[in-house]
Design a protein around this ligand. Sequence first.
Ligand code: GAP
Length: 507
Amino acid sequence: MTHSEESFKKIIAHAKEYGYIFPSSEIYDGLSAVYDYGPYGCELKNNIKDYWWKSMVRMHENIVGIDSAIFMHPTVWKASGHVDAFNDPLIDNKDSKKRYRADVLIEDYIQKIEDKIDKEVQKAAKRFDNFDESMYRQTNARVLGYQQKIDEIQSRFVSCMEKSDWEALKDLIDELGISCPVSGSKNWTEVRQFNLMFATQMGSVADGADTVYLRPETAQGIFVNFLNVQKTSRMKIPFGIAQIGKAFRNEIVARQFIFRMKEFEQMEMQFFVRPGEEIQWFEYWKSERIRWHESLGIEKAFFRFRDHEKMAHYANAATDIEFKFPFGFRELEGIHSRTDFDLKSHQQTSGKKLQYFDPETNESYVPYVVETSIGLDRMFLAIFSYAYTEETLEDNTVRTVLKIPPILAPVKLAILPLVRKDGMPEKAKEILKDLQYSFLCQYDEKDAIGRRYRRQDAIGTPYCVTVDNQTLEDNTVTIRERDSMKQERIAIENIENYLNTLLKIKI
Ligand code: GAP
């Protein structure tokens, strides 16, 4: 097992042990690629949603939110192209009988070459002091060679995907000599396409039930409501509509924990603009969204943009914000300039005008759209995996701490009586009562204070207040900060202000 595989396993185990994420229906051995969020998990998820919603909707006067239904008229998915073209290419290994996504096999192959580049760079950094010119040239040549190989594979891969040319994709897998991780064999079937939408029946079958779909993205609920929202909220272009909600995709290959799920949540925003102004707004949203990620205090090196070289037929600019997950850089958020494709297609299919009358130009037109789309669960995984830290302390013990940005942390404050006597529990409960409406607080009196601090570290609580003998005399407490473990004394009456200041964030 590689170092990163091992640390990813620890992260998954920690998420379960501390009530963040459980496998769905675990007592029945789970359900592939479906997960439940536990008490701390649902708090973290709600805090991420709240942070996104506030920064998108509350901080922009020209963005409003909606909550559209998961079920939509089945023709929506015909018009959007999902019925005909929302497919994954699947391939089976004839020996292991295991099924894979052909595109993911190639992505993993590319990741392995990227890992080799990382290793070369790390090796060079270690030998920095006696790194002579010939070593430099050799390293450089190897890195360039790897990069060239990646570029060649990427360009063929993108072309296969764009054209849905599954024969060429199978040729690429054969040529690269990709083998099945289970059997080790290269005995593959042809690549077949598989539609990702879940279908179900609405109405009784006897009455001639209609096939309806569980929405595979939240965006279409925004497009079909475009005029309803524009008129009722009296929005003028440019303006946006935001939505957070569940999406469903029949992902056949369960991988990487909550990175690829069958039931997940998206936080999407469609920004409607004048035709011709979409590229400038695309650039605007690119920089806004990366600023949002960086505002949470995650190192910049953990993010990168991956601009799409070849665009889908409806897009004229597209980029992914990739995050360095424990298994490598992968897509976290997509930003797309989708032209007028979706609105036009719905206009044509429904026969209803989806046009905006622009009072400034006295013209009616179908607006262009710039979309930002982030997976809530992927954002959760990014935050959680970045936060998970094992630290060796001065006394050689190891503490496991979740360094979750305080604004997102599930429990903001733990209130701990130093001992279970002398009126300390009563005093601590008074503080709890005072603060629990404003912040999610936790009262804990069991075990020695050191163990209680460790428990709070492990769930990521940024602040712990301890009630001790001095508290009973002068109404002050110690407040301990999770990451530095530093403590200071403050008056009980100042705790709320103190936390409000620390939890404030400039979006
Ligand atoms: N409306 C555009 C759209 O849905 P997408 O790239 O298919 O675009 C957007 O999805 C985001 O949704 C991705 O960047 C990712 O964060 C998240 N996402 C997509 N499929 C997912 C899955 N199976 N499990 C978890 N998150 C997923």
